[in-house]
Design a protein around this ligand. Structure first.
Ligand SMILES: *[C@@H]1O[C@H](CO)[C@@H](O)[C@H](O)[C@H]1NC(C)=O
Ligand SMILES: *[C@@H]1O[C@H](CO)[C@@H](O)[C@H](O)[C@H]1NC(C)=O
Ligand SMILES: *[C@@H]1O[C@H](CO)[C@@H](O)[C@H](O)[C@H]1NC(C)=O
Ligand SMILES: *[C@@H]1O[C@H](CO)[C@@H](O)[C@H](O)[C@H]1NC(C)=O
Ligand SMILES: *[C@@H]1O[C@H](CO)[C@@H](O)[C@H](O)[C@H]1NC(C)=O
Length: 383
C-alpha cells in the first residue's frame, strides 16, 4: 500500500479537491436501496442508542447530543448523524438502521445496528467506563437476530437475504484509547509492543470476521482506524510534544491499519464467494474547501478534562465549521464528508479494493439464477 503514512497526517492540513455534496440526491422516493439490508458492528462512532439503558459513563442520550438530529438525543455520539447513518442514506435507505436495543418486528429485515460506545475488539476494552457490548457480544446479538429472521422467512430465504446484506464493521479505537493508552488501568501496553498489539488485535478481529462469514455474511465493509491521536481529548490528555497530534497514538493505529489491509486481501482470495473491502476515509480532500475552521477543539462544552458534552450545555453556534462535536467524536458535517468518501472515493488509500457504492453493485452469488431455496433446504446459515 503506497504511503499509508499520509493517511494519519492531521487531515485538516491536507487539501484540496473541489468537492461535490450529494446530500439531497438520495431522497429518491420509494426507490429500493442498493442493498436490501445493512448490519453495523462497532463502537461510539456508530452507536445509535444501544448504550442508553446500560450502566455506563459512555452514553449520551441527553441534550445537546442530537441537537441537529430530527428526533433529538437518541444515543448517537454526535450532534446529528453518524458516518454510518449517512452511508445508509447514500445507499438509498429511507430509514436509519435501528439499534439492536429497540429493534422490533419486520424492521430487522433491513438490518440492525449492534454498535456500543466504549466497546472494542477485546472484551475488556472500555471496562473502566462500565457495561458495554463488546464485539463478541455484538456477534451473539446478531445470532439471535438471525434466529428471528429464520423464524420469519424460513431458513433458506433467510440465508439468501443475509448473503445480500452489507456488513459494516468499524471497531478498534477503544482497544487503543480505552485500553492500550490507559496503562494505569490495562496491562496490554506492558505485555505487548505496539507491533505485537496490532498483530494480536488483527488476529482476534479476523476470528470475528470469520464468525460473521459463518453466519451468512458475504459483503464486508471493514473500516480502518482514524487519526486517534488528533482528537482534542487525546491532545489534552497525552500532550503533543510539539507535534500537531499525539504521534504515538497515530502510529499505533497505523500499525493496525497496515495489518488490516493485507487481511482484506487474504480474505478476498480465500473466500471467493464473498467480498471484503477496507475503508478509511480521512476527509483530506475536503477539509479546507468546505470551510471547517476548527479542528483542534470541540464544539460543545466538555468542561475541563472531559471528553463528552456537559448535559444541558450550550454548544457552539456554527457547527458546520467544527470537525469535532465533543472531544472525541466528529460532527455531523464532518461525518458527511467521510461518509461520501467511503461511499464513492476512487482513491485506493481510502477504499481498497472497492468503495461502498462499487461493492453494492458487484454481482452477488446469491443472485445466481435458480432459486437456491428450491435446491435444498439445508443450504443455509448456521443458527
Ligand atoms: C469474550 O467474551 C465472550 C462472551 O461474552 C467469550 O465467549 C469469549 O471467550 C471472551 N473472550 C476472551 C478472550 O476472554
Ligand atoms: C491482563 O489483564 C487481563 C484482563 O484484565 C487479564 O485477564 C490478564 O490475566 C492480565 N494479564 C497479566 C499478565 O496480568
Ligand atoms: C518529544 O520530542 C522530542 C524531539 O522530537 C523527542 O526527542 C522526545 O523523545 C519527545 N518526547 C516524548 C515524550 O515523546
Ligand atoms: C487463507 O488461507 C490460507 C491457506 O489455507 C490460510 O493459511 C490462512 O490462514 C487463510 N487466511 C484467512 C484470513 O482466513
Ligand atoms: C487551535 O488552533 C488555533 C489556531 O491554529 C490556536 O489559536 C488555538 O489556540 C488552538 N486551540 C487549542 C485548544 O489548542
Amino acid at each position: 500500500m503506497a504511503n499509508l503514512a499520509s493517511k494519519l497526517q492531521p487531515w485538516w492540513l491536507l487539501l484540496v479537491i473541489p468537492f461535490l455534496f450529494v446530500s439531497n440526491t438520495y431522497h429518491c422516493v420509494n426507490a429500493e436501496p442498493q442493498v436490501p439490508c445493512y448490519f453495523i458492528f462497532g463502537d461510539s462512532l456508530s452507536d445509535n442508542g444501544n448504550n442508553n439503558n446500560l450502566a455506563t459513563e459512555a452514553k449520551v442520550n441527553y441534550w445537546p447530543y442530537g441537537i441537529d438530529f430530527p428526533k433529538g438525543p437518541t444515543g448517537r455520539f454526535t450532534n446529528g448523524r453518524t458516518m454510518q447513518d449517512i452511508i445508509v442514506q447514500l445507499l438509498g435507505f429511507q430509514e436509519f438502521i435501528p439499534p439492536f436495543a429497540t429493534s422490533r418486528g419486520q424492521e430487522i429485515l433491513k438490518g440492525v445496528n449492534y454498535a456500543s460506545g466504549s466497546a472494542g475488539i477485546l472484551n475488556e476494552s472500555g471496562q473502566h467506563l462500565g457495561v458495554r457490548i463488546s464485539m463478541d457480544m455484538q456477534l451473539s446479538n446478531h445470532q439471535s437476530v438471525i434466529s428471528t429472521i429464520v423464524e420469519m422467512l424460513g431458513k433458506c430465504a433467510a440465508s439468501k437475504l443475509l448473503g445480500k446484506c452489507m456488513y459494516a464493521v468499524q471497531i478498534g479505537s477503544n482497544d487503543y484509547i480505552n485500553n492500550y493508552f490507559k496503562p494505569e488501568m490495562y496491562n496490554s501496553s506492558h505485555l505487548f509492543t505496539p507491533q505485537q498489539y496490532a498483530a494480536y488485535l488483527i488476529e482476534q478481529y479476523s476470528l470475528k470476521i470469520k464468525t460473521l462469514y459463518n453466519n451468512g455474511a458475504r459483503m464486508f465493509a471493514l473500516f480502518g482506524l482514524g487519526a486517534i491521536g488528533c482528537t482534542p481529548n487525546a491532545m489534552a490528555v497525552h500532550g503533543t510534544n510539539g507535534s500537531a497530534c499525539v504521534e504515538k497514538m497515530n502510529t499505533a493505529a497505523q500499525l493496525f491499519n497496515e495489518r488490516l489491509i493485507p487481511l482484506v486481501d487474504e480474505l478476498n482470495s480465500n473466500s471467493t464467494d464473498a467480498k471484503f473491502t477496507y475503508l478509511n476515509p480521512t476527509g483530506a480532500s475536503a477539509a479546507n474547501s468546505l470551510g471547517f475552521t476548527v479542528a483542534n477543539a470541540s464544539c460543545c462544552d466538555i468542561g475541563s478534562g472531559g471528553d463528552l458534552c456537559i448535559p444541558g450545555s450550550e454548544p457552539c453556534g456554527d457547527r458546520s465549521q467544527y470537525v469535532f462535536w465533543d472531544a472525541v467524536h466528529t460532527s455531523d458535517a464532518w461525518n458527511e464528508v467521510i461518509a461520501v468518501e467511503a461511499y464513492d472515493s476512487e482513491s485506493n488509500a481510502i477504499a481498497y479494493p472497492f468503495n461502498v457504492k462499487k461493492m453494492a453493485q458487484l454481482p452477488n452469488n446469491n443472485d445466481a439464477d435458480g432459486d437456491i431455496c428450491e435446491m435444498g433446504e439445508n443450504s443455509g446459515v448456521t443458527v
